[in-house]
Each structure stands twice: as structure tokens, then as C-alpha cells.
Design a protein around this ligand. Sequence first.
Ligand SMILES: [Cu+2]
Length: 256
Amino acid sequence: MKPFSTTLITTSLLLATVSPGIAHFGMVIPSEPIVTAEKRSVQLDLSFSHPFEGIGMDLVKPAKFSVIKDGEETDLLPGLQESKVMDHQAWRSDFQVKRPGVYHFVMEPTPYWEPTEDLSIIHYTKTIIPAFGSEDGWDQSLGLPTEIVPLLRPFGNYAGNSFSGQVLLGDKPVPGAEVEVEFYNKEHKFKAASDYHITQVVKADAEGIFSFACPQPGWWGFAALSTADYTLKNPQGEEKGVELGAVLWVYMDPWL
Ligand SMILES: [Cu+2]
């Protein structure tokens, strides 16, 4: 058994070294980035995936999925249906929008044990969409354990705009936070120029503020990763570190 496990470790180290860009993202992708009177129902696809490469991973039923509007939270977990995203276990929510407002959808996944990184991962994943012309409240923080609060209004943007946001951990800015950026390459339209291009990286300033220009239309994911101040048991029952992700998805429209 010993030589075999040594080989495994060597292989995973090697993979980690040669694939700088491999990152998984919590994903909450609505069917429409803006809700209008012509289309009042939104389908939300929840997954845990590699958005640029289109490689899926199984997402067990999230611990929480809700929508927050004007500080009021509605639990959407009971209506979640099993589905597939990138050929893997995912979840779908059909949401009827009745009133104008800005809707913050938030998924808290159950902790995911990643043996190659020797830690559990929890990506708090957020997507903000407006309905019927309202835009109040897009800049509010939701008090999540960690989150990216947008500084650019996160809807009604064109490809080429700079997205800007602030990384919070326990309500405090994270100085120098590292933010991974990935494009949802849904139609496999693009190839990465190198492995480094799959996941791009930007660092926040002393106030936890970062910006990143999004050159193509579509969904862009931003993930700020921190280490939790607690541990969780892995499947073998050992206490291990926890990576917390603050993930935000923002849509950039094409010029018409
Ligand atoms: Cu992965």
C-alpha cells in the first residue's frame, strides 16, 4: 500500500504544480440576468463546477439556498429540484418574480471535502438580479460569513466594464485578499491561451477592494478565498482546515 499512496501523493503534487489555473467555483446562474415584465420567471442553476473548462463536479444538496430582498429572506431550499450541470449533480430553482426590487440569491453549500487540497471547501455563492426597473439595494452586504459586496452596480453592464467589489470576512474588509476570476465559458466558445488564463487572479488593496475588467459578454465569477478560524472533520474523522469562498457572479451584456 505504501508505494501506491506515495505515487498518489506525488501525482497530485505534480498536478497541483502543472495546473495553476484549476479552480472550482460555486455557481448560481439565473436564466435571465434582468427580470422584465415579459419574462417574470427565472430558473436558477446551482452547481459546483469549473466554469471556464466546463468540467462539472457533484454538488450535494446545499445547506441553504435563499433569496434576500430589502433585507427580507425567503427560503428557497424546499423547492430545489435535482438537475444536471456539466453532466454532474446540480440543483434547479424556479422562481416567480412578483414585485420590483433587487433580488440577492445566496447558496451555502454543505462543506465539500477536497482530498487533494487536504481541506473542506465552503463557497458562499451570490448572484444579484434586478426586476422591473428597480435598482435599490444592490450594494448591500448580507452579513454572510464571507462575501464580495459589489461597488459596480452588478447588472446593466457591458462587456469591457471593470467590475469592482469589496471582500468581507465576518463583516470586515480583507486587506490584500486574493480573488480568483473565471469566465463561464458556456458554449466552449473560447480556449485558454495557457493554463494560467483559465483562472485569472487579482489582489485587493488594503481595504479589500479590487477591480477587474471583463472583456467578454457573459457570466463572470469572482471568488475570494480565506481560511476559516475553525476546523471540520474530514470523512476519516480528522479535524482539517476549511477554505471559505466569497463568490459573486456578475453578467456583462454585449454591445448591440
Ligand atoms: Cu474541482
